[in-house]
Design a protein around this ligand. Structure first.
Ligand SMILES: Cc1ncc(COP(=O)(O)O)c(C=O)c1O
Length: 341
């Protein structure tokens, strides 16, 4: 299950993805409009790789470009499954957080990885910080990274790091160097329609695994628009802009939490530009599908959290005050209808 456009088209007010409501980043939009789609990109992405590596202060050999975050989730799952099977013959195991992006489990099933609750038994471990849907730090992240054994791969999904409104990642530089860091800036730049991501491999990466990850990529995973997006992202100007966005989003978030609470919703704590919330009223929870459908009819799409293991809850991106006003009206109208139902 995903947020965003559906069979009814693009929602007038889409709170179901966590795209930065202050976006899109204007220079990235201009770069997309100017992207030269007449030619294939450089299949090795030489200049882009050098730019991303310089931006992060790492060797270019550690950068892996991906068609999207979701594409890399599939690719690393298959790569780890094949590497681990090659060593022992047994199916490798994966460890997932309790509430997480559904693609981790989906990719694990497709790759034949078996779920385990024991981190020490896992060949592949997933962490996301700030997490989705709850926008929380990954519990025990530093300890989990410190305990990693040589044959284990931990992927830290940093999709929402640029949209972290409070606190900081609990990993120092050397701990970050031990994990695969997945960066997918389309949400932060407010351009989720562009599919592009990249990964920073660990400093002492298992060379055969890295080779396998590269070999599993199709030719030209990124198109001209993906290249343009990542080039725009790796710049001081983009990060200054993001700094200003975070200041705005913090203010908007405080107002939005109040709007939801006044409408009778309980709002869970979050560090990011999105919150999980649920109606406090039990009658309304029973009428949950009708309530979401009613909001959709009023132009508001929220992300149902059932597939995250949180039934009766919705995830909402922080939006501008005018949209919050409209949300408040829609919540009142729809809740009145669903209570009667
Ligand atoms: C936590 C998380 N990681 C990764 C992704 C995938 O991002 P994309 O495929 O747009 O790069 C998403 C998308 O919603 C997400 O929520």
């Amino acid at each position: 299950m995903h947020g965003g456009p559906d069979a009814d088209g693009v929602p007038a007010h889409d709170l179901s993805t966590n795209a930065n409501a202050c976006g899109p980043y204007p220079p990235a939009l201009r770069a997309l409009q100017a992207a030269d789609a007449r030619h294939y990109p450089d299949p090795a992405y030489t200049a882009l790789t050098v730019q991303l590596a310089a931006w992060h202060g790492v060797a270019p050999s550690r950068i892996v470009v991906a068609a999207s975050g979701s594409e890399f989730i599939q690719r690393i799952s298959v790569a780890v499954a094949l590497q681990a099977r090659g060593k022992s013959g047994a199916a490798a195991r994966v460890w997932l957080p309790a509430h997480a992006y559904g693609d981790y489990a989906h990719a694990a099933r497709a790759a034949g990885l078996e779920r385990t609750d024991v981190t020490a038994d896992a060949a592949l471990l997933w962490a996301c910080d700030p997490s989705s849907p709850l926008g929380q730090p990954h519990a025990g992240l530093a300890e989990q990274v410190a305990a990693l054994q040589g044959a284990q791969t931990l992927v830290l999904d940093q999709a929402y790091e640029p949209l972290r409104l409070d606190g900081a990642l609990a990993l120092d530089a050397s701990a970050q160097d031990r994990v695969w860091r997945l960066l997918t800036p389309n949400k932060a730049l407010g351009l989720t329609g562009v599919r592009a991501a990249y990964v920073i491999a660990p400093h002492d990466v298992d060379a055969p695994l890295l080779a396998r990850v590269r070999a599993l990529a199709p030719s030209w995973p990124l198109g001209a628009h993906g290249v343009a997006l990542l080039e725009s992202w790796a710049s001081v100007d983009a990060h200054d802009w993001l700094d200003r966005c975070r200041a705005t989003l913090r203010r908007w978030k405080t107002c939005q939490q109040a709007v939801l609470q006044e409408a009778g919703w309980r709002v869970e704590p979050s560090l990011a530009n999105f919150v999980v919330a649920a109606p406090v009223d039990g009658t309304r929870v029973a009428a949950w599908p009708a309530l979401l459908a009613g909001l959709r009819q009023h132009g508001f799409k929220l992300r149902d959290c059932a597939s995250f293991g949180l039934p009766g809850h919705a995830r909402l991106a922080v939006v501008a005050p005018a949209v919050q006003d409209a949300l408040r009206s829609a919540l009142d109208v729809v809740a009145a209808g669903s209570t009667v139902a």
